[in-house]
Write a protein that binds this ligand. Structure first.
Ligand SMILES: Nc1ncnc2c1ncn2[C@@H]1O[C@H](COP(=O)(O)OP(=O)(O)OP(=O)(O)O)[C@@H](O)[C@H]1O
Length: 222
């Protein structure tokens, strides 16, 4: 029998309805409503503090909305699921273990879901140009290597939804081109991609729809 608490409408889209978040009497997300069909690359632009990261945190289930709802492919976040099933995430301040190598970091993260094994983990590292057998600890990585590892962990489980907040931070020209290629490949695989960035023409060229945010609101599309 179908569980009546599971939302079945909109299984092929992300539906954000009047999403509002107030933190210490400041409205940081203000009545955001969007429908994002599965399978496209959606870009979010806006000045610092306009609410892109807050929106991404809400979609990822990392913050609870003050009011409004977010349904990801038919699952209401915070009710049917704590976070979207099959989520790959890059957000600032999402940490790795400093004293472990990149490979050991990914092994630990992969062990949470148990969905992939050693072969996929190594392939994810190679895909972002990191050597799986590099013995250095994460704490000794350069900023660009750290960002590459963040991309590897986001894509390693072939997620259905990629939420990428400034995924090319700290990357050189080659790194940016590589991440753009990976995002394009992920989209071709069928992933839906939400992407926030600042003046990154290479990333912006990937956007299929683009939303501008200001003061916690979507102010325009285009
Ligand atoms: N933990 C917090 N407590 C209170 N306010 C916060 C917190 N985190 C963010 N904010 C506020 O929420 C608003 C939206 O911030 P957010 O990080 O979503 O912006 P952004 O568009 O991602 O900016 P950036 O381009 O700098 O990453 C800002 O005014 C910020 O000061």
């Amino acid at each position: 029998m179908t569980d009546p608490t599971i939302t079945t409408a909109g299984t092929d889209k992300i539906v954000i309805s009047h999403a509002t978040k107030v933190i210490r009497r400041r409205t940081v997300l203000d009545d955001v409503s969007l429908e994002l069909p599965r399978g496209d690359i959606y870009g979010f632009s806006g000045i610092n503090g306009s609410g892109k990261t807050m929106l991404f945190r809400a979609i990822a289930g990392l913050i609870h909305l003050t009011s409004g709802t977010i349904d990801v492919f038919g699952q209401r976040i915070g009710r049917d699921a704590s976070f979207p099933a099959g989520l790959g995430l890059i957000l600032e301040n999402v940490g790795f273990w400093e004293e472990y190598t990149g490979l050991d970091n990914l092994r630990l993260l992969a062990s949470i879901r148990g969905a992939i094994g050693e072969r996929e983990i190594r392939a994810a590292l190679e895909r972002v140009g990191l050597n799986p057998d590099d013995g250095r600890e994460y704490g000794a990585y350069s900023l660009g290597m750290k960002q590459r590892l963040a991309v590897a962990q986001a894509v390693m489980e072939s997620p259905g939804l990629l939420v990428l907040d400034e995924p090319t931070n700290a990357l050189d020209v080659d790194g940016i081109a590589l991440v753009c290629r990976i995002i394009r490949e992920e989209r071709e695989r069928g992933a839906t991609v939400l992407l926030a960035c600042h003046n990154e023409p290479d990333l912006e060229a990937l956007f299929e729809r683009r939303f501008y945010m200001a003061d916690g609101r979507i102010v325009r599309e285009g």
